[in-house]
Design a binder for this molecule. Sequence first.
Ligand code: ATP
Length: 446
Amino acid sequence: MAKRTLTGTSLDTLVSLAKRRGFVFQSSEIYGGLSSVWDYGPVGVELKRNVKDAWWKSIVRGRDDVVGIDASILMHPDVWVASGHLAGFSDPLVECKECHRRYREDQVEGDGCPNCGGAFGPARQFNLLLKTFLGPVEDEAATVYLRPETAQAMFVNFENVQTTSRKKIPFGIAQIGKSFRNEITPGNFTFRTREFEQMEMEYFCEPGTDDEWHDYWMNWSMDWFKSHGIRGEKLLLRVHEADELPHYSKASADVEYEFPWGWGELETISNRTDYDLKAHTEKSGKDLSYFDDQQKKRYVPFVVEPAMGADRSALAFLADAYDEEGEGKQQRVVLRFHPDIAPFQVAVLPLSRNEKLVPTARRVYDVLREQFNTQYDDSQSIGRRYRRQDEIGTPLCVTIDFETVEKDNAVTIRNRDKMEQVRVSIENLESAIRDQLNAIRVDCQG
Ligand code: ATP
């Protein structure tokens, strides 16, 4: 595991780094911002994309028993009747009798209102579905919902996907996409927002094999985070008590990460049984059972679901990578991302903007960007540029100097973690970078 000097940091530090370096900005900032809504900047978008790509690569492209879909955010309103969301997707809301602020009851610490200390009125259930209207008439008949989870699209497309992909059970359907929940108390930066992205996979299996698959996907999920660089001691798997299980679940467990404010959920792995397929069969009239042609029997598959948040995961990767080391002039902030998660893998830095250096530096950049996500940076001193790359977690910097063009046709590779610099001929640069990135990958295993 890449060594860390710090064990953790404050949320304020992460929020200000995120703003300063272009990870995350407040939405509509020039209008005063929209509360708890965030935009990813040029560096953050690469981080979040890498998180999603790494997951997709592991769970879809890296296996032959999972296929992907990309479904619409808007679905037929009956989907949410059948799934139980319309009737039951709610959180307990309490309102302060004095200042009238509203809170999610299970998230309030102590007895009184956190704002003014006033007493709360009785709790009531508040539905989290966000509504809109489809078409030119805003009436009941035109009401649709922004999906609160991506999962339902996998259930309602079960037969389409199974027959076209010719997958046999057990197999899974995965999707990455936006979901919306009208959360009562969003907060903790990008941890809880009303618009967010999920990475979900529904694994369809034969009833009776579901407990085994549940174990399998819980282990898989923990391993996924660790193998992409999250420290093992900052992760735990928390099995749900019977009274906290959602209505569709026989068993659930959360992968939690120790954020600056405490432990928080990154992912839930649930055994959803045959609840959803049966509910949609009943509501739509379409039989969603499966004929197992080897065993010559028909059954409604059980479903095990790893459901992960892309934004929460990206925030956990950011928090976990954060480190500070050195003193005085040597002091630096460094993000020790796994190379597959780091926004950029390589930065090409000409020693200066001197016209002798630029053509070679651009040539090196053009070659490297074909293979690696590469940034070109020629502004300010080389020392400041190293610091900047450390602060966005770029594993390797390649420097082009006068010796490169006048003498040896070689460049310097600087390693983010070891701070070692090695000189490599341009001819061998690609393979040297590949080797160093692989070494950092091994070093980053949680
Ligand atoms: P919580 O208990 O924190 O409200 P949940 O248990 O309702 O979350 P799930 O329905 O299991 O969440 O959703 C799966 C994943 O989607 C969560 O583990 C989380 O990573 C992500 N997620 C859910 N709600 C939000 C949100 N409001 N903002 C950001 N990510 C979210």
